[in-house]
Design a binder for this molecule. Structure first.
Ligand SMILES: NC(=O)c1ccc[n+]([C@@H]2O[C@H](COP(=O)([O-])OP(=O)(O)OC[C@H]3O[C@@H](n4cnc5c(N)ncnc54)[C@H](O)[C@@H]3O)[C@@H](O)[C@H]2O)c1
Length: 351
């Protein structure tokens, strides 16, 4: 069973598959809506192996399963392979995987022959709740996260929670980092629901999981429709990400873990500049730990600061930083870089 949701003024169809059919037959049915001749699947080596049967009748390109493979080399290599298979402007690229695969696919689709259509099938919780949505498709430049990128919306995003059956536990935790983020910035009720439950609950209750994912999709989609080019409200989605991006590649952390640490640092800053209560910071730390996410990490503040200076939200010595006023309410504050530097030093000295 499936239902398709096109949110008002959205450019993307969101197709949700309910898990009342065994196996992945419903995924195959949805794929029949698109012309197989023109489809090229892009996935990574893990997923290609795990789901070899499902993809057997499609043209498929496989990328390495690492964050450090999300770069221009990957784009060049994939573009050459598309050319070799004579892929033209009518090609439909379908990225099936986590955020690394969907970011690479979206970027490639934006530049190959000046743009081809694309769709996503997110297979991680983080991809479903966040990375696949909103059309930002970035690749890394050395240690600098997502420094090169495009904003271009996928034609469709297909949600099939069956894929999560093979998702390792650690990736469930990573996905919850972004879900907790929505609770922090927009939705105190969602935050409280998460406090009440745990990963085991969502793993065994598909309806609860799908409803959680749909709630995140709705928040992100609404924000993207209001501000696709990130000149205002979309910046709020970067809560925790400025510090996260500075430490993610430096310490080879999974994105979710880096975001967890980044949210803790953002709360320290929020206490100083936005009146966030200490009890709210404590609640966030407890919730992160409840979902097996880290709150402390030994960091080199000056190395992190070097990377943070290259953040896309910096203007001269100021940066647009996302702070919390309370759980469920975020704001954009233009802060001197010295405020962030002091917070990183303070964090480093306590962890
Ligand atoms: N474009 C955006 O708006 C946006 C938003 C958030 C994050 N991101 C990006 O997303 C990336 C992180 O995404 P992620 O957390 O999905 O990580 P990921 O893509 O690296 O996937 C994590 C791991 O899970 C494995 N995996 C994926 N699906 C699986 C499945 N169904 N079964 C078994 N294994 C599976 C992958 O092979 C990989 O080893 C980062 O690069 C981040 O910058 C982008």
């Amino acid at each position: 069973m499936q239902h398709t949701v096109t949110f008002p003024s959205g450019k993307t169809d969101y197709i949700f598959i309910k898990k009342d059919q065994p196996g992945n037959s419903s995924f195959e049915e949805v794929m029949l809506l698109y012309d197989k001749q023109h489809i090229v699947i892009i996935t990574n080596e893990h997923i290609a192996k795990l789901y070899a049967n499902l993809f057997r009748s499609y043209k498929i390109l496989v990328v390495p399963a690492h964050e450090n493979g999300k770069d221009l080399h990957a784009i060049e290599s994939l573009a050459k392979q598309l050319l070799d298979m004579e892929a033209a402007r009518d090609t439909l690229l379908i990225g099936i995987g986590g955020g690394v695969v969907t970011d690479i696919t979206g970027f490639l689709a934006a530049v190959y022959m000046r743009g081809v259509s694309f769709g996503f099938v997110p297979t991680t919780l983080l991809g479903m709740a966040d990375a696949a949505i909103g059309g930002k498709n970035g690749v890394n430049l050395g240690l600098n996260k997502n420094l090169l990128g495009t904003i271009r919306q996928p034609q469709f995003i297909l949600y099939d929670v069956n894929f999560l059956q093979t998702l390792p536990n650690i990736e469930w935790s990573n996905g919850f980092a972004e879900i907790i983020k929505y609770g922090c910035i927009f939705d105190a009720e969602l935050f409280a629901e998460l406090e009440h439950n745990n990963i085991a609950y969502y793993k065994q209750d598909d309806a609860a999981l799908l409803s959680l994912v749909e709630r995140c999709v709705a928040w992100k989609n609404k924000t993207v429709i209001a501000d696709e080019m990130e000149t205002g409200v979309r910046k709020l989605l970067n809560f925790g990400h400025t510090a996260a991006h500075a430490i993610e590649n430096l310490y080879e952390l999974p994105h979710g873990k880096a975001v967890a640490i980044g949210m803790v640092i953002a709360c320290m800053i929020s206490e100083k500049v936005a009146g966030l209560g200490r009890e709210d910071t404590a609640r966030l730390k407890r919730l992160l730990q409840q979902y097996h996410l880290p709150v402390s990490l030994s960091i080199n503040a000056s190395k992190a600061m070097e990377l943070l200076r290259m953040d896309k939200k910096r203007r001269n010595d100021m940066i647009d930083y996302i702070v919390l006023e309370k759980i469920g309410h975020a704001a954009i504050h233009s802060l001197p870089l010295t405020v962030i530097e002091n917070a990183l030093n303070e964090y480093a000295s306590h962890n």
